[in-house]
Design a protein around this ligand. Structure first.
Ligand code: GSH
Length: 221
């Protein structure tokens, strides 16, 4: 059986978990936190979450894991079969990851963990990058009703578990509402919130957040 290493407060872990749930695949969750401890680095060379354990060994990096699941497992496809349409989905997913999730992540310690303030230069760069990242999403996203069109795809995983956090960063740090002019994106977040698997992931996350915050705060004090 597939084993998914990670923790329920991790947005990347939750992307893979939701893919497995949507495909109705059996899997075991293995509690695992990213860091530089040697025993963690045996599983994930960069000490990151999530990791998928297969019969052949470990796979790291969310996009690589999602691709592996798509190529090897049964269940609802999360990518179109047409190569061009498939490329559009991956472009959306990568643009959300690189230009929305990663710039927002620079500010997570300050915004979500009650930790040190993000240095001004980094904050300014995060703001510039987020403005451009959301503009790209507004231009490329279909929201009809899903990010890439009529079907739920991998792009929706990145959307759901990146845009929510980046939106909070925008509101709290920059007094900007990145979704103000994106009614389709707001409607999609609402629609996805009604999905029972999304609700399961959210419940698991809420249960784990106190322990996760305590863990992060003990590390940053
Ligand atoms: N590029 C990685 C990013 C994963 C990532 O940043 N995971 C976070 C948890 S949400 C993590 O493991 N952080 C630990 C660390 O950076 O030391 C992926 O796509 O899987």
């Amino acid at each position: 059986m597939l084993k998914l290493y990670g923790f329920a407060a991790s947005n990347y872990f939750n992307m893979v978990k939701l893919a497995l749930l949507e495909k109705q695949l059996p899997f075991e969750s293995v509690p695992f936190h990213g860091c530089q401890n040697p025993d963690v680095l045996v599983v994930s060379a960069r000490g990151k979450v999530p990791v998928l354990q297969t019969d052949q060994g470990f796979i790291s990096e969310t996009d690589v894991i999602l691709r592996y699941i798509e190529e090897t497992q049964p269940g609802k496809p999360l990518l179109p079969t047409d190569p061009f349409a498939r490329a559009q989905v991956w472009t959306l997913a990568k643009e959300i990851e690189l230009y929305i999730e990663l710039p927002a992540r620079i500010c997570y310690v300050e915004v979500f963990f009650g930790g040190r303030a993000t240095p001004d230069a980094l904050k300014a760069k995060a703001r510039r990058d987020l403005v451009k990242g959301f503009a790209a999403l507004a231009q490329r996203g279909q929201f009809s009703p899903y990010v890439a069109g009529e079907s739920f795809t991998l792009a929706d995983l990145y959307f759901l578990y990146s845009v929510d956090l980046a939106w909070v960063v925008g509101k709290r740090l920059f007094d900007l509402d990145f979704l103000a002019d994106m009614p389709g994106a707001r409607a999609l977040l609402e629609r996805l919130g009604q999905n029972p698997n999304v609700q399961t992931v959210a419940t698991d996350k809420a249960l784990e957040i106190p322990a996760f915050l305590a863990r992060v705060q003990s590390g940053i004090q």
